[in-house]
Ligand binder design. Structure first.
Ligand SMILES: Cc1cc2nc3c(=O)[nH]c(=O)nc-3n(C[C@H](O)[C@H](O)[C@H](O)COP(=O)(O)OP(=O)(O)OC[C@H]3O[C@@H](n4cnc5c(N)ncnc54)[C@H](O)[C@@H]3O)c2cc1C
Ligand SMILES: Cc1cc2nc3c(=O)[nH]c(=O)nc-3n(C[C@H](O)[C@H](O)[C@H](O)COP(=O)(O)O)c2cc1C
Ligand code: SF4
Length: 692
C-alpha cells in the first residue's frame, strides 16, 4: 500500500481512526454572530470529511463568552448550543468522518469586542501582540473556568462528538497559566512549575470526570513557547506524563505563542517543512499515549516518513486542508500530481482572519468557505468565451467557466502561462507558488482540454484538419535561469467541452472585432510602472520582474528602488546570490511590516546580509554608476552596478474600450482591474467564470 504508515488505523481511547491524517483546529470566521454553528461551517467541514481525513478537530469553541478570541468564534458555554453542534457531528458522520470539538478560552489574547468586556488572564499583563490590558482572575473565577471546561466537554459528548481537544497551546488561557512569562501569580496557581501546571491539570481531571473513562480526551500544547522568559521543551516533557495521569489520551504537539518571533505556530513558507517534528518526538519519548505532530507538513509523503521514523503517531495537516479538501484521498490513490498544494503564504487564511478581520479562505482555493453555496449553473447552449491572459486570474477564470460548459479559448501573449507568478515564484522559498499553474493546467484535462501550444504549427493544422484529438509533445522552454521546468506538459485530448490555450498570441481590438466571442474575461494583468526619473531608461536599469525571470543577469552592488513586497523579495533574491543590496524607499517606514511571519523573515534575512533600507528617500536621477536621491533636503549618492525598479504596477485594461464598443459582455479581473495580489486575481477570476 502507498504510504502504509499514514494509512494505517489507530485508536485514541475508544475511538478508532481509519488513518492518521488529522485536520487540526483552524478558526474560520464561519460561525454565526450568536456563536452558533451554521450551514457555512458545517458544509466546509463536511467537505473535508469527504476528503478522507481520519480525524477533524473543529476550530476554537469558547467554553465561556469571556473566552472568545474573535467575534464569530463558536461557543459551547450553554446547553442551547447542543442542537447546532449536533447537526455538525451528524454531517461529519454522514461523510464517514470522525470529529472532535476544541475547547477554548483565549485569556488575554482577545479584545473587548469579542470577549464582551475586559479580557481575563492569570496575571494582569497585557498581551504582547494585541497590547490589550487584562484583568487577573480570582481563585473563584479559576474554579468556575475549570467547571466551564468540564461542562463544555459534557455537552460535546451529548452533541455526538467523537472526542474533545482541550486547547492548552498558542498563548491562550491554559498556556498563559503554564508560562512563567504571563503567569506571575503568587498563590497556588503561580510561581513553581507545579503551581503553574495546577490549573491545566485540574481542567484535564474535571473534563475526564465529566465525560467518563471511555471518551477520548486530547490536549493541544505548545511544546516550547519560543519566547524570552517563557517555558521550553524540557518543561513540557515533564508536564506531558502528568497530563496523561490526569486523564488525557493523546497529545497534540504544537509550538509557539502569539509573540513567538516569526509566528511559528502557523509557520510561513520561510520555515522548513516538518520543522517541529523533533518536538513531537521529544513528547513521544515522555509518554505512551499517541502524539500528534504538526507544523508546516503539507505533503502526505513527509507525514508517512515521520510516522515511520517514530516522530509522531498522527500528523496534522492544517492549511493543506484549506487548499485541497481531497488531498488525503488523492494521496491514498497515489495521485500526487492532482494535489493543489498549500504554499504557506498565510495570505488567504490566518492573515485575512487576524489582520483583515475577514473570514478565512485560501489564496489558491476560491471554493474554500463557499461550499454551502453549491455548484454554479451550467451555461445554456454553446457559448464561446475568450479569456485574455493566462496569469492566475485568467487560469482561474478559464477553469471555472469550462466547468460550466463554456467553450473557452485562453489567450496568452507570452510563450508560457503563469503571468507574474513566473517572477513571483523566483525569490527564496517561493518556488512552490508555481505548482499551482501546473495544477490549473492539469485540471483543465478533466473537461477535457483542447490545447494549442505551438501556435505556428497547430493553429494552421487545426483550422485545416479539425482533428478529433490532439497530442502535444513537451514544449520545454530553453533551460534558462529563472524559467520553470514543466514536467507534466504533455498530452491533452479534446471532446465536447474544452479550453483551448493559445500561447504567444496577444489579443487585440482587431481580433475581438473580427472573431467576436460571445463573452470575454479580461485578465491581462498589470505592467510595471516607473516614474519619470532622469536616467531610469538607461542600460543598467532593469525591472524586478525581468530580473527575476532571468532576462538580465544580476550584478553587484544592486540598488532596488521601492521596498514594497516586490522590492524586498527581489532584494532577498539578490542576497541569495551573494549580491549586496540597498533598497531606496520613498515612505518614512518600511511598507512591508514584521507583523506577518513572511515579513518578519524577510527583514531578518535582509538584516543578516547587511542590506540597508533607506527610508524617506526620493530618487532624483540614475547615473551610470550611482543612484542619486534626496532625503530630508539633502542630496546623496549610492554607488551601483545594477538598478532594479520595483515601484508599482499599472492595470492592463486597454481592451475594455473595444469590448464596450463591440457590446461584448465582459468582466475584468485580477490586476487588470487594479494591481493587487494573487488572492484577488484567483478569486475574482473564479467568480467571473462562475457568473459570466
Ligand atoms: C516579483 C513579484 C512577486 C509577487 N509576489 C506576490 C505574492 O507573494 N503574493 C501575492 O499575492 N502576489 C504577489 N505578486 C502579485 C501577483 O503576482 C499578481 O497580483 C498576480 O499575478 C495578478 O494576476 P493576474 O492574472 O491578474 O495578472 P498577471 O499575473 O499579470 O497575468 C496577466 C497575463 O495576461 C497576459 N496578457 C496581457 N495582455 C494580453 C493580451 N492582450 N493578450 C494575451 N495575453 C495578455 C500577460 O502576458 C500575463 O501573462 C507578486 C508580483 C511580482 C511581480
Ligand atoms: C486560519 C487558521 C486558524 C487557526 N486557528 C486555530 C485554532 O482555532 N485552534 C488551534 O489550536 N490552532 C489554530 N490554528 C493553527 C493550526 O491548527 C495549525 O497548528 C497550524 O496551521 C500549523 O499547521 P500547518 O502548518 O499544517 O498549517 C490556525 C491556523 C490557521 C491557518
Ligand atoms: S492561503 Fe496560503 S497558507 Fe493559507 S491555506 Fe492557502 S496556500 Fe496555504
Amino acid at each position: 500500500m502507498m504510504l502504509e504508515h499514514l494509512f494505517s488505523p489507530i485508536a485514541i481511547n475508544g475511538m478508532t481512526l481509519n488513518n492518521r491524517a488529522v485536520m487540526p483546529p483552524m478558526g474560520t470566521g464561519y460561525g454565526n454572530a450568536d456563536a452558533t454553528v451554521g450551514e457555512r461551517l458545517i458544509r466546509y467541514l463536511a467537505r473535508r470529511a469527504r476528503g478522507g481525513t481520519g480525524l477533524i478537530i473543529t476550530e476554537v469553541c469558547a467554553v465561556d463568552p469571556r473566552g472568545k478570541g474573535f467575534p464569530t468564534e463558536i461557543g459551547v458555554w450553554s446547553d442551547e448550543f447542543i442542537p447546532g453542534l449536533a447537526s455538525l457531528t451528524r454531517a461529519i458522520h454522514g461523510e464517514g468522518g470522525k470529529i472532535a470539538l476544541q475547547l477554548h478560552h483565549a485569556g488575554r489574547e482577545t479584545f473587548p469586542a469579542a470577549a464582551g468586556g475586559m479580557p481575563e488572564a492569570p496575571s494582569p499583563i497585557p498581551s504582547v501582540v494585541l497590547g490589550q490590558p487584562c484583568q487577573e482572575m480570582s481563585r473563584e473565577r479559576i474554579a468556575e473556568m475549570v467547571e466551564a471546561f468540564a461542562r463544555a466537554a459534557g455537552r460535546a459528548k451529548q452533541a455526538g462528538f467523537d472526542a474533545v481537544e482541550i486547547h492548552g497551546a498558542h498563548g491562550y488561557l491554559l498556556n498563559q497559566f503554564l508560562s512563567p512569562f504571563s503567569n506571575q501569580r503568587s498563590d497556588e496557581f503561580g510561581g513553581s512549575e507545579e503551581n503553574r501546571s495546577r490549573f491545566v491539570l485540574e481542567i484535564v481531571a474535571a473534563v475526564r470526570k465529566a465525560v467518563g473513562p471511555a471518551f477520548p480526551v486530547i490536549i493541544r500544547v505548545s511544546t516550547d513557547e519560543m519566547i524570552r522568559g517563557g517555558y521550553g521543551l524540557g518543561f513540557m516533557q515533564g508536564l506531558a506524563p502528568q497530563l496523561v495521569a490526569a486523564g488525557v489520551d493523546a497529545i497534540h504537539a504544537s509550538v509557539g505563542v502569539y509573540s513567538t518571533p516569526g509566528n511559528l505556530s502557523i509557520a510561513s513558507l520561510d520555515t522548513e517543512a516538518g520543522f517541529n517534528l523533533f518536538r513531537a518526538r521529544a513528547i513521544k519519548e515522555a509518554v505512551s499515549v499517541p502524539v500528534i505532530g504538526v507544523g508546516r507538513i503539507n505533503d502526505p509523503r513527509l507525514a508517512d516518513r515521520a510516522i515511520a521514523a517514530g516522530d509522531a503517531d498522527l500528523i496534522s495537516f492544517g492549511r493543506q486542508h484549506l487548499t485541497d479538501p481531497d488531498f488525503v484521498r488523492k494521496a491514498r490513490a497515489g495521485r500526487f500530481e492532482e494535489i493543489r498544494w498549500c504554499v504557506a503564504c498565510n495570505q488567504g487564511c490566518i492573515e485575512r482572519l487576524s489582520f483583515e478581520m475577514k473570514s478565512a479562505t485560501c489564496t489558491f482555493n476560491p471554493a474554500c468557505g463557499r461550499e454551502y453555496r453549491g455548484a454554479p449553473d451550467p451555461v445554456e447552449g454553446v457559448k464561446r468565451l475568450w479569456v485574455i491572459g493566462a496569469g492566475p486570474a485568467g487560469l482561474s477564470a478559464a477553469l471555472a467557466a469550462a466547468g460550466r460548459g463554456y467553450e473557452v479559448e485562453l489567450f496568452e501573449r507570452e510563450p508560457l502561462p503563469g503571468g507574474q507568478l513566473r517572477s513571483a515564484s523566483q525569490p527564496p522559498h517561493k518556488q512552490p507558488y508555481l505548482d499551482w499553474v501546473g495544477w490549473a493546467l492539469r485540471q483543465m484535462e478533466q473537461y477535457p482540454v483542447k490545447a494549442h501550444f505551438d501556435q505556428a504549427v497547430t493553429v494552421g493544422m487545426l483550422q485545416g484538419k479539425r482533428p478529433d484529438a490532439v497530442v502535444l509533445r513537451d514544449r520545454r522552454p530553453p533551460q534558462k535561469k529563472g524559467y520553470l521546468e514543466w514536467e507534466d506538459w504533455s498530452v491533452r485530448t479534446m471532446e465536447k467541452r474544452w479550453v483551448q490555450v493559445h500561447f504567444d498570441r496577444e489579443v487585440t481590438a482587431a481580433m475581438l472585432s473580427e472573431l467576436k466571442p460571445d463573452a470575454v474575461i479580461l485578465a491581462a494583468g498589470s505592467s510595471p510602472v516607473t516614474p519619470t526619473i532622469s536616467g531610469i531608461d538607461g542600460p543598467g536599469v532593469v525591472d524586478a520582474r525581468d530580473l527575476l525571470v532571468g532576462k538580465v543577469e544580476p550584478a553587484a552592488p544592486a540598488v532596488v528602488l521601492g521596498a514594497g513586497y516586490v522590492g524586498i523579495e527581489t532584494a532577498d533574491f539578490l542576497i541569495a546570490r551573494g549580491i549586496g543590496v540597498v533598497l531606496v524607499e520613498m515612505l518614512p517606514a518600511p511598507p512591508v511590516g514584521k507583523h506577518t511571519a513572511h515579513g518578519y523573515w524577510l527583514h531578518r534575512r535582509l538584516k543578516a546580509a547587511g542590506a540597508e533600507i533607506i527610508l524617506g528617500a526620493t530618487v532624483t536621477r540614475v547615473e551610470e554608476d550611482a543612484v542619486v536621491y534626496r532625503q530630508q533636503g539633502e542630496e546623496k549618492r549610492i554607488p551601483v552596478g545594477l538598478v532594479v525598479t520595483a515601484m508599482g504596477a499599472r492595470a492592463e485594461n486597454a481592451l475594455e474600450g473595444a469590448l464596450k464598443e463591440l457590446a461584448i459582455p465582459y468582466r475584468i479581473v485580477g490586476d487588470a482591474q487594479s494591481p493587487r495580489r494573487l488572492l484577488e486575481a484567483i478569486h475574482e477570476g473564479d467568480r467571473a467564470g462562475r457568473e459570466i
